[in-house]
Design a protein around this ligand. Structure first.
Ligand code: UT7
Length: 331
């Protein structure tokens, strides 16, 4: 494992789950599906939905406040706020700017990173670079998405999968430790853009009465293709991140994978050679919360006492783009 150098360390974590719950039984009343199908094919039992009238930054704000309190850091001490999201409050400016104002973080520069389900991995990787190069000393990294806003609630192939949530991490700098973020790895393959995307609402097909009529502002997905590439890619990039960190899979005490589908998580664990006891799974309660999935699971794992000082944790995610990533962190 690499020695003393300036590194990013996790000072605190926090998360926010909206109160409104939609169970599989609720979905049975909305589309032609069943609790049994959803449970067997995905492992998901229920998901949360952000109430109407609230925006993504409202969730992000609560998660961020908890992470700041956990870290003992004031919002004014933040140098950077980086938010992984594909469901900002507005087309522009970024939700990170909305969040910055809500937090009253007067000294920060803030921006969003759009990498769908890999958004948190991308955001933490960027924040880590700022910290390691001395451009920031304290950074708030958020993964927050309200994919409920992009769902066609008549499409049973997608509406059963997703939920809303926010997760946040406060990063600080450590000058002389071997702990902290040991490595991050990111990858994309743009040849898969149309396997998982929202066709309208951008500059190519702006919002018009016809695009709304045709439901083109909602998620369109080739689930089988996503499944296949996700398992392979997350395995590969996890191995690359572990190699860079000089860590073997046996040294990893907990894997925190993107919470998309229990079958994907189990297949990934098998390929990595990790027993399921060492894999964090909470997707049965929240579904796939996109950029929030990994930081929410990380926060829950910490609160459940599943991460102790000295533990090495492997994070990984995969989503639209396709974009995927992994990180190895020593606590
Ligand atoms: O972060 C990345 C985001 N995306 C993902 O993670 C998605 C990855 N993919 C998956 O998780 C899985 O591919 C799904 C859960 C989306 C689908 O599972 P599957 O085992 O690949 O099912 P399938 O698409 O092959 O569908 C099997 C059958 C089909 O019926 P036929 O053609 O066999 O008659 C579907 O029409 O199940 C049907 N089906 C459903 N039935 C009941 C599809 N969705 C549903 C549903 N309820 N909700």
């Amino acid at each position: 494992m690499s020695g003393a150098q300036r590194r990013s360390v996790i000072l605190g974590t926090g998360s926010e789950l909206p109160n409104k719950v939609i169970t599989n039984e609720d979905l049975e009343k909305m589309v032609d599906t069943s609790d049994e199908w959803i449970t067997v094919r995905t492992g998901i039992k229920e998901r949360r939905v952000l109430e109407e009238g609230k925006g993504n930054a409202d969730m992000a704000y609560r998660a961020a406040q908890r992470a700041l309190a956990d870290a003992g850091v004031e919002a004014n001490d933040l140098d950077a706020i980086i938010m992984g999201t594909v469901t900002p409050d507005y087309p522009f400016p970024s939700s990170a700017c909305v969040l910055e104002d809500m937090l009253g973080a007067r000294g920060a520069f803030s921006f969003d990173v759009g990498a769908a389900c890999s958004g948190f991995l991308n955001a933490i990787s960027v924040a880590d670079s700022f910290i390691r190069t001395g451009k920031a000393n304290k950074a708030l990294v958020v993964g927050s998405d309200a994919l409920s806003r992009l769902l066609n609630w008549q499409d049973r192939t997608t509406c059963i999968l997703f939920g809303d949530a926010a997760g946040a991490v406060v990063l600080g700098a450590s000058e002389n430790g071997s702990r902290g973020i040991l490595s991050t790895k990111l990858r994309t393959d743009g040849s898969y853009v149309k396997q998982l995307y929202v066709p309208a609402g951008g500059s190519l097909k702006p919002a018009r009465a016809e695009t709304v009529e045709r439901n083109e502002h909602t998620i369109t997905m080739n689930g089988k293709e996503v499944f296949k590439i996700a398992v392979r890619s997350m395995e590969e990039i996890s191995r690359e991140a572990m190699d860079e960190a000089g860590v073997s899979i046996d040294q990893v005490s907990l894997v925190i994978p993107h919470q998309a589908n229990r079958r994907i998580v189990v297949a990934l664990a098998e390929r990595l050679g990790v027993p399921m006891e060492k894999v964090m799974v909470n997707l049965e309660k929240y579904g796939n919360t996109s950029a929030a999935s990994v930081p929410v699971a990380l926060d829950e794992a910490r609160r459940q006492g599943r991460i102790k000082n000295g533990d090495i944790v492997l994070l990984n995610a995969f989503g639209a783009g396709f974009a995927w990533g992994a990180a190895v962190i020593k606590f």
